[in-house]
Design a binder for this molecule. Structure first.
Ligand SMILES: C[S@@+](CC[C@H](N)C(=O)[O-])C[C@H]1O[C@@H](n2cnc3c(N)ncnc32)[C@H](O)[C@@H]1O
Length: 293
């Protein structure tokens, strides 16, 4: 079994990055679109594989109030965060490649941006095994999206560039070590892969979810949350830098980098409050694969 660890949350995507971006992406505003693609009844036993910080599980909790929901991830930092912040869901540490559940114990399995990181021979075979006959496997996979940041958050000073150059070797091989994207598949390979693992009535749907703070339908609180999500992502990158190369960077340098990042997002918020539109946007295109056992 793959050891439970904190590599993902430390080096790849921090808790703040993952939770804020996914909470926005799985917000109730998009509920009907997800539920139309999922086509699952309320009251079912749902297993979310690779649940991260629990943002999708928390949305499933609201959308399917009678469901029994279990979230599983191998990163212990994500699991302990999810336990504290997503009530009404059981969260467990575990390996998607070796699920510790009896055969046929769930009606639905679901995952978001996990399939590309786990050997499909294990990932899909294990979900097939733990699903009951007639159960549904939902695999959400991020396709190419759009990330167009506001100009004021997009720059880098010579000072920051020099630090990133100084530490870059420490990040060599991290993605390979945690297996990030090792098993990525294209839009034709995924449905075939589900069929090869025994799933029937396989279908695909695509959801484009746009987060645009300056959009006319975006509330002030949601716009601010979008900008803060980008800030968290920038600050998490600095926490990863500290974890990977804290010995190469002084405390003063790190503090200055954090202040520069914060300054940019403070400026973005100020522009928003002043009504000076930047039209920055983040659009995710999610493929929803659905197969039945
Ligand atoms: C891109 S993140 C997505 C997390 C979450 N599904 C979300 O959308 O916020 C990938 C997740 O898969 C988890 N993961 C990767 N390999 C795993 C494995 N073999 N077993 C369980 N979790 C795994 C990572 O710890 C991480 O939380």
């Amino acid at each position: 079994m793959t050891a439970v660890n904190r590599d993902w949350s430390t080096f790849i995507q921090g808790i703040g990055t993952l939770h804020s971006s996914r909470t926005l992406r799985f917000s109730d505003e998009f509920r009907e679109r997800y539920m139309d693609a999922f086509r699952i009844p309320d009251g079912c036993r749902i297993l979310e594989v690779g649940c991260g910080t629990g943002a999708l599980a928390a949305s499933l909790r609201r959308w399917y109030p009678a469901a029994q929901i279990t979230g599983l991830d191998r990163d212990s930092a994500f699991v302990s965060f999810a336990r504290k912040h997503c009530p009404g869901v059981r969260f467990l540490e575990g390996d998607a490649a070796a699920l510790d559940f009896p055969d046929g114990s769930f009606d639905v399995t679901v995952s978001n941006t996990v399939a590309e990181h786990v050997d499909p021979a294990r990932f899909f075979a294990e979900q097939y095994r733990v699903l009951r006959l007639g159960g549904v496997c939902l695999t959400l996979s991020a396709r190419r999206g759009i990330h167009a940041p506001a100009p004021c958050v997009n720059g880098q000073t010579d000072f920051e560039r020099e630090i990133w150059d100084r530490v870059s070797a420490r990040f060599d091989g991290i993605e390979e070590r945690v297996g990030m994207g090792r098993y990525a598949m294209d839009e034709r390979e995924y449905p075939r892969c589900l069929e090869a693992h025994g799933f029937r009535n396989v279908s695909t749907a695509y959801l484009a979810i746009a987060l645009t703070p300056d959009g006319p339908d975006c509330s002030r609180s949601r716009a601010r949350a979008m900008i803060e999500a980008e800030r968290l992502s920038a600050l998490d990158a600095l926490s990863a830098l500290e974890a990977a190369a804290g010995d190469l960077v002084s405390g003063d340098e790190l503090a200055r980098m954090r202040a520069l990042a914060n300054g940019r997002f403070d400026e973005r918020l100020a522009l928003y409050e002043a009504g000076e539109k930047q039209w920055d946007t983040s659009v995710s295109l999610t493929m929803v694969l659905r197969g039945e056992k």
